[in-house]
Design a protein around this ligand. Structure first.
Ligand code: SAM
Length: 281
């Protein structure tokens, strides 16, 4: 079916007396080429099930539905549901779910296999959405999403920089991140104040051991970065990480090969994995 043209989008919004809500991060894409670039970047095929977070009026949803086997679109704003019913009429492979993605139980959808997440994300909750998908260990092949440019850079940051943190490490543990392209504010209605980027996170094949180790590793990572200006020993002992005392933490940091003054941002993912092993001994 045809793309949702800008004029059609405006008409449907007017007809339903829709007002954009800042609190839901509503910046709708208005450039059809960009919608196709996102779906191309996600490499969606007719064998894929796609989970879209925040379909808005359904412009990306239509392009996805034309290419995927099945699309599940999760939208929190109930005012958009009658609009989506209208713009998606005629598609029998789209299910609209009126829920908050952070609260929705998506286990059954992800259990179907060959799931790709594709979205122009609401920027105010980008990090909890991505960390939620990663840390719940949901079975997806890839996540291809529009995010704020700075957040995309954080996902690809290197140790020792201010962008480097818990998000970088979680993304790097579970996926191979790659920024696909940058997007300017004039591609949206209304225009956001920030630049955007589309990033692809392809899921790595993890062993059972790596999957079960993740919980402790990220307990340590979060505790370390929650107080990133403090030394690792102080940050981890303030959090009482993994039930260890300050002396035990000092010993583990030394055993892992670090100075006791080392800070979280100096450690690579492999360093955190080794430190967690030492803390668990
Ligand atoms: N996909 C549309 C597009 O590209 O034009 C809209 C993208 S807009 C940046 C983000 C969308 O996410 C909005 O439709 C907003 O209502 C929805 N949204 C915001 N918070 C949400 C949440 N917690 N759960 C599900 N959807 C949410």
């Amino acid at each position: 079916m045809a793309d949702l043209e800008y004029r059609e989008m405006q008409e449907v919004l007017r007809k339903h007396d829709f007002h954009f809500k800042k609190k839901y991060g509503q910046n709708f894409l208005i450039k059809p080429d960009l919608l196709h670039d996102i779906v191309d970047g996600a490499e969606v095929t007719d064998e894929d099930t796609v989970v879209e977070i925040g379909p808005g009026v359904g412009s990306l949803t239509r392009v996805l539905a034309d290419r995927a086997k099945q699309v599940y679109a999760i939208e929190v704003d109930e005012k958009l549901i009658p609009i989506l019913d209208e713009t998606m009429a005629g598609y029998d492979n789209v299910t609209i779910i009126n829920e908050d993605v952070l609260k929705a139980d998506l286990t059954d959808i992800f259990a179907q296999g060959r799931v790709k997440v594709v979205a122009n994300l609401p920027y105010y909750i980008t990090t909890p959405i991505i960390l939620g998908l990663l840390e719940k260990d949901l079975d997806f092949e890839s996540i291809t999403v529009m995010v704020q440019k700075e957040v995309a850079e954080r996902m690809q940051a290197v140790p020792g920089t201010k962008d480097y943190g818990a998000l970088t490490l979680a993304v790097g543990y579970y996926t191979d991140p790659q920024i696909l392209f940058l997007v300017s504010p004039d591609s949206f209605m209304p225009q956001p104040k920030v630049g955007s980027a589309v990033i692809s996170l392809k899921k790595k094949e993890l062993t059972e051991q790596q999957r079960s180790d993740a919980k402790d590793i990220f307990t340590v990572v979060r505790a370390a970065f929650n107080q990133r200006r403090k030394s690792m020993v102080n940050a981890l002992s303030n959090a009482g990480v993994l039930g260890r005392t300050k002396d035990e933490i000092t010993e583990a940091v030394q055993e892992a090969g670090f100075d006791t003054n080392v800070r979280a941002e100096a450690l690579t993912l492999d360093d955190f994995i080794r430190l967690t092993e030492c803390l668990k001994r």
